[in-house]
Design a protein around this ligand. Structure first.
Ligand SMILES: Cc1cc2nc3c(=O)[nH]c(=O)nc-3n(C[C@H](O)[C@H](O)[C@H](O)COP(=O)(O)OP(=O)(O)OC[C@H]3O[C@@H](n4cnc5c(N)ncnc54)[C@H](O)[C@@H]3O)c2cc1C
Length: 397
């Protein structure tokens, strides 16, 4: 860390567990607010992989406040086309991504774009210690102390658990994951492809659906396509213990045509496969004393909300703003939760509805989804969709 960027003497210290989008956003926001953050990351190095992210609403406004918005690319190709694909491989026009959602413009980017921009903003300001994580956490009136898995001990004024949906901080301080995790009957797999699929033009997006299955692939300017697949299973926890490639092949075995088989081949060869069950996290309180949870560890909303990254950044930026207002830590954490919770709850509820759009649960859902997409491709339907998508600004004051 260069000496010019050292925090002021006596700066309050924050331990941040996790260097995902929420952890990096917390480090940036707190450093700007005069704190001295230290990030602890379990992975041996930066996680530069990613899937596609729609970025709008509260996260967009927070990124603007943090001054990083201009560095975030918009990878949408204006010439790009969207297609629906049925299980026999036949293509029909799909639902175009709107320009404006939740009261702000929408950017299409990659998780790795957000990670990179946040990392570049903090790399000279904040120490990141890789390859370790929390083993024990204790706190008293004045400090929180974390013993790390490498045996070192760190104390601070505040500890932020930004360590994702399977958070260790949450388990250590709030209790076992089972108390807070609500599982959907969905499994998700995601990866970046090495090269475009045959017949796909740069900027094209395809969605292949069948009852209980969907496979999404988006291609971008200056980046190979990224894909994610969803399928329904009554036992998601057992399913994710399987080997991803064979589980996916079994789930999508009846998809014909070129597209889904080519996606499965590409996923076989890709190293960065995310394979997990889809779950939300619900806690009555996001803080206990000097420990606060942020992002997916606190409120995972699932990919169906399209707001996880954005709310991680929005939550971090708001927290730092409230911590500079001069009141006590507990008052700041209380106000933070009061302001943030209504929006998080709304996005979590929306995710429950949107899961039917991302993957039709059954034949009826499949037909309803197709009917809806056909309707949105009429002139009236497309206007109505735009109005509905841009209504209800969802940002934080
Ligand atoms: C397929 C897919 C599509 C998505 N699409 C969108 C979208 O369109 N829009 C959107 O806004 N969001 C989207 N999301 C959600 C979004 O990506 C997440 O909500 C967001 O990345 C969560 O960030 P996080 O930093 O809170 O957690 P994570 O990204 O999970 O980061 C947690 C970090 O903590 C580290 N860690 C974990 N345990 C420990 C430990 N014990 N010690 C130290 N470090 C630890 C991990 O290695 C990781 O670096 C999508 C998600 C998926 C899977």
């Amino acid at each position: 860390m260069p000496s010019s960027s050292l925090p002021p003497r006596g700066a309050r210290r924050a331990l941040i567990v996790g260097s995902g989008i929420s952890g990096l956003a917390a480090a940036l926001s707190l450093h700007r607010a005069g704190w001295q953050p230290l990030i602890i990351e379990r992975a041996p190095g930066r996680r530069t992989n990613g899937y596609f992210v729609r970025f709008n609403g509260a996260g967009y406004t927070a990124a603007e406040r943090l001054g990083i918005l201009d560095s975030l690319p918009d990878r949408r190709d204006p010439e790009g086309r969207m297609f629906e694909v049925d299980s026999r491989g036949r293509l029909t026009p799909g639902l175009a991504f709107p320009e404006q959602v939740n009261g702000t413009p929408m950017r299409m980017l990659l998780r790795s774009d957000l990670e990179r921009v946040l990392y570049e903003a903090v790399q000279d300001l904040v120490e990141i210690r890789y390859g370790t994580g929390p083993a024990a956490i204790t706190q008293d009136r004045d400090h929180v102390t974390m013993t790390l898995t490498d045996g070192s001990v760190e104390s601070a004024d505040l500890l932020i658990g930004a360590d994702g949906v399977h958070s260790t901080v949450r388990s250590l301080v709030f209790g076992p994951e089972d108390l807070y995790r609500k599982d959907f009957d969905h499994v998700v797999a995601a990866c970046a492809m090495d090269e475009p699929l045959p017949g796909m033009r740069e900027g094209d997006a395809l969605v292949a659906t069948a009852p209980g299955r969907s496979a999404w692939i988006n291609s971008y300017r200056d980046h190979p396509p990224v894909a994610f697949l969803l399928y329904r299973t009554p036992w998601p926890a057992a399913e994710i213990r399987k080997q991803p490639a064979s589980a996916l092949r079994q789930a999508f075995a009846d998809f014909g045509g070129d597209i889904v088989p080519a996606m499965l081949d590409a996923m076989d060869g890709s190293e960065s496969v995310l394979f997990d069950q889809v779950s939300q996290i619900h806690l009555n309180r996001w803080s206990q004393g000097r420990v606060v949870l942020l992002g997916d560890s606190a409120w995972c909303m699932t990919l169906h909300s399209g707001q996880g990254s954005g709310m991680g950044i929005a939550g971090a930026e708001l927290l730092a703003r409230l911590l500079t207002e001069g009141g006590s830590l507990s008052a700041a954490l209380g106000t933070w939760e009061q302001k943030l919770r209504p929006l998080v709850t709304r996005h979590q509820k929306e995710a429950l509805r949107m899961r039917h759009f991302f993957m039709p649960a059954n034949q009826l859902g499949y037909l309803a989804r197709r009917g809806f997409i056909r309707a949105t491709n009429t002139p009236v339907g497309s206007k109505l969709t735009k109005v509905l998508m841009s209504a209800h600004p969802r940002t934080l004051a």
